[in-house]
Design a protein around this ligand. Structure first.
Ligand code: AMP
Length: 372
């Protein structure tokens, strides 16, 4: 690693953040608490993160002159979304550290690359097959069976870029409906819970995970997370071990979110066991980690800042017996007055002007007291 790539920050230094949404905003606020400055790079002039950052640049992610100028003004670059173009990351990496690094972006931008990477580590995923045309879809369905889910390999989020393949689904039409782009067919996992591990890895390989949390989606969008997940301690340990294996293999720096399915099975002695299958890797702070903001000793935002600054990681200890995080989506944020009046509720609003349906406008955490 070159000296520039191994750089550690000091208070007063500046972190550069690609993306100006709520994740960038909460990262910038965490950085400020630690005496660091944030410089946000976003093409959107209405980015909510601009309100809380020392500096911002409005430019496209392929504007190489703007990227080079930005890189010279910051001491480390990080990002709040995984679809940072590889070329953007490469241009920035010529000037200084980009954390997490390019391996993490490559492994998480393409669902096929991601699944091949995860299974190469001996970690289970849904059964999958690459599908580049309608003919390949018929063959893949022959192998994996129905029901299954066809997903675009790139740029899918919140259930977008996916179609269910059920008995009777017309395969050619299903493939065309996703735009004829490269896709992946996944067998439908018969899970009982969706959980995620949010964890941090420092530049020296130090690894700290938060409690595994349990996630509930409504209309494919995360609605609530609860920590800790109601799963066996063995299953929680397995989930965290998988996240560590993934982070170590990527020589990862920062917060990583790993989404998983929990399946019920039977062990060798006939006793029930819970096993996990990895669904998705997010190389960034994760919505299911928002409960840590006020719900844990160190929030995921502060932890990410510590990690990318090359600083010691903080304690991930949870406050209270359980913590609930509820996203405020669309007009749900209109209830802000009632939430503020509720004792113990902790409200976060993202400063977005328009409450469109499906848009994440804020979140609220509720910390339930320790039972001991
Ligand atoms: P994704 O965009 O891959 O995170 O998928 C969005 C949601 O669809 C997940 O949170 C699951 O609820 C569901 N889902 C995705 N893939 C599968 C699968 N292979 N089996 C069962 N459910 C899935």
């Amino acid at each position: 690693m070159s000296p520039a790539q191994a750089r550690r920050l000091k208070p007063g230094d500046t972190i550069g953040i690609l993306g100006g949404g709520q994740l960038g905003r909460m990262l910038a606020m965490a950085a400020a608490r630690l005496g660091l400055k944030a410089h946000i790079f976003s093409p959107d002039q209405h980015s909510p993160a601009f309100d809380v950052a020392a500096k911002h640049t409005i430019a496209a992610f392929d504007d190489e002159a703007a990227l080079a100028h930005f890189a010279q003004e910051v001491d480390v670059v990080t990002y709040e979304f995984e679809n940072v173009p590889a070329r953007t990351a490469a241009v920035l990496a010529e000037h200084g550290p980009v954390r997490p690094g390019p391996e993490a972006l490559a492994a998480s931008q393409d669902r096929l690359v991601e699944k091949n990477f995860v299974t190469s580590l001996g970690i289970e995923t849904a059964p999958f097959a690459a599908v580049d045309d309608a003919g390949a879809l018929a063959a893949a369905v022959g192998r994996i069976g129905r029901p299954a889910i066809l997903k675009t390999r790139r740029f899918g989020y919140d259930g977008k870029g996916q179609i269910a393949i059920r008995e009777g689904t017309d395969l050619a039409r299903a493939f065309d409906s996703l735009g004829g782009v490269p896709t992946i067919l996944e067998g439908l996992v018969n899970f009982t819970k969706e959980v995620s591990v949010v964890a941090a890895r420092g530049i020296d390989g130090e690894f700290k995970a938060y409690d595994v949390c349990e996630n509930h989606h409504v209309n494919h969008i995360l609605s609530t997370s609860h920590a800790p997940a109601r799963i066996s301690s063995e299953c929680a340990a397995e989930a965290i071990a998988c996240a560590k294996k993934i982070a170590d293999a990527l020589d990862y720096v920062g917060i990583i979110g790993v989404e998983m399915f929990v399946c019920e099975g039977t062990g060798k002695n006939g006793a029930p066991v819970q096993t996990i299958k990895v669904n998705e890797i997010a190389p960034r702070v994760h919505n299911s980690g928002h409960w840590t903001l006020g719900g844990a000793v160190t929030s995921q935002f502060e932890q990410h800042v510590r990690a990318i600054a090359g600083w010691p990681l903080g304690a991930t200890t949870r406050h209270g017996a359980t913590v609930e995080m509820r996203n405020l989506i669309g007009d749900e944020a209109d209830a802000w007055r009632e939430i503020l009046a509720e004792p113990g509720a902790c409200l976060h609003l993202y400063g977005k002007a328009q409450a469109r349906p499906g848009r994440k406008m804020g979140h609220v955490t509720r910390i339930l007291p320790r039972e001991d």
